[in-house]
Design a protein around this ligand. Sequence first.
Ligand SMILES: *Cc1c(COP(=O)(O)O)cnc(C)c1O
Length: 222
Amino acid sequence: MPNLEEYRNLEEKLKEQNAKLIAVSKTKPNEDILAFYEAGHRAFGENRVQELVDKHESLPKDIEWHMIGHLQRNKVKYIIEFVHLIHGIDSPRLLKEVNKRAKSVDRVVDVLLQFHIAEEESKFGFDWAEVEEFMNSESHQQMENIRIVGVMGMATFTDDETQVRREFQLLKNFFDQLKINYFTKDEYFKTISMGMSGDFKIAIEEGSNMVRVGSLLFGARN
Ligand SMILES: *Cc1c(COP(=O)(O)O)cnc(C)c1O
């Protein structure tokens, strides 16, 4: 069940912190999304390509769709025309594919570099050395149809606040290093996407300016 009261409280808090809310609607029906849409919300996040495509087709066209999950290269083409921001860029090969597809539809597509900050093996993402190598490479210079606008990461799923905080600090540090080394004059490089229902408060304290919140707004998923 959509919790509109929670939504209004959260929006107000995040506004004070200059952080943007992405309402994570994965597995939830269109009518739940519309409840937030009617309350004025426009930014929604999904983690599966097929679901993202279906929802984009059937819901109002002024919704900004965020692809927050792991993206396979062979599926980029299905979302390239409409996706607002791709959070889960975790390899140079994926970036290359996004650039190619974006070029074919004459768009410049915004992306975030996903860093591996959690302890868990299963979480996707770059490490610092890989990103540095990519940023210094020639292939990066040639990608004219993507715009790297920031970083994204997921903390370990744990009750240990100290650990979660440390992982968010690590991501913030990667952001700062990238900004200093590669994006000093780039006004678009400014997004730090970190924080979910269980840890967004810590994320905000550690410098997040974009949170991806699902279950707190939509209720638990099955
Ligand atoms: C599902 C998901 C979220 C939201 O998780 P909640 O705990 O429901 O807030 C955020 N980010 C990513 C990448 C997700 O897959």
